[in-house]
Design a protein around this ligand. Structure first.
Ligand SMILES: CC(=O)[C@@H](O)[C@H](O)COP(=O)(O)O
Length: 256
């Protein structure tokens, strides 16, 4: 069970809604993934119209909505979008995303910190998408963010855990949940993130653009469960030389 702010989740796989070929494929994939927290870009939904093609299936599926501010280029735009979302969707949960550069979609650390500070003060549950920067993640935690969402690789790149070493520092230091977001390209990346001790992962492109998104949604579900189980079991250590797998005693703990 994962707790973030006022909500608990059985599933540690969070998902997105972009890039699906059809709303039915999106719905079936999300159901197969058993994801309970689903993000959607405010710029893509008709907030005034609950029969919207993205919103309506999510509401029918009973998942928790995580509106995101993708498209905002600075703190001011993100704060405005957040306020609109709270008003229209009745949730104070927010994935804060600010990326001014359309080519790499790199999150702006300064605007993100400024916006997060203001939004926390306004009562939002802020989950900021950010660089895999341990110092920034600590600062975001210190100002009251409910979780941090450092990137594995650029959004939509499917390159996996490019930022792995820095993610490990963030995980080791964090006092709030760490959700690895963006760039996770295969279930094995999600499993690896969970084995490292991440609290959850957020995956969109790798599921939505798979040949069979429904099967891929389920594959990610099992990868996240498996990675978490391995983390809790405690991974065996590594060494740089061979160690015989059949020692001379029956068991390492035995006397003879
Ligand atoms: C949907 C969403 O919020 C994305 O901005 C998120 O970062 C997921 O990234 P991928 O599409 O690379 O999984």
């Amino acid at each position: 069970m994962l707790t973030i702010a006022d909500k608990t989740f059985d599933s540690r796989l969070f998902t997105g809604t972009g890039k699906y070929s059809h709303r039915d494929v999106m719905t079936a994939s999300l159901l197969a993934s058993e994801s309970q927290l689903v993000t959607m870009a405010l710029k893509r939904v008709d907030l005034a119209h609950q029969a919207d093609d993205i919103l309506a299936p999510l509401m029918a599926a009973g998942v928790n909505l995580l509106p995101n501010t993708s498209g905002a280029k600075n703190a001011k735009e993100a704060i405005f979008a957040a306020q609109l979302a709270r008003e229209a969707l009745g949730t104070n949960w927010l994935k804060l995303e600010i990326h001014p550069d359309p080519k790499y979609l790199m999150p702006d650390p300064i605007e993100t910190l400024l916006a997060a500070e203001a939004l926390v003060k306004q009562g939002f549950v802020v989950l900021p998408y950010c660089h895999a920067d341990p110092v920034l993640c600590k600062r975001l935690e210190d100002i009251g963010c409910a979780a941090v969402m450092p990137l594995g690789a650029p959004i939509g790149s499917n390159k996996g855990l490019v930022s792995r070493d820095f993610l490990q520092i963030i995980i080791d230091q964090a006092q709030v949940p760490v959700i690895i977001d963006a760039g996770i390209g295969a279930p094995s990346d999600a499993a690896a993130a969970m084995e490292m001790g991440a609290d959850a992962v957020l995956v969109n492109t790798a599921i939505a653009t798979a040949v069979d998104p429904v099967a891929m949604g389920e594959a990610f579900k099992w990868a996240v469960i498996s990675g978490r189980m391995a983390y809790k079991a405690g991974l065996a250590g590594t060494v740089s030389h061979a160690v015989a797998s059949s020692p001379l005693t029956a068991f390492l703990d035995s006397e003879c």
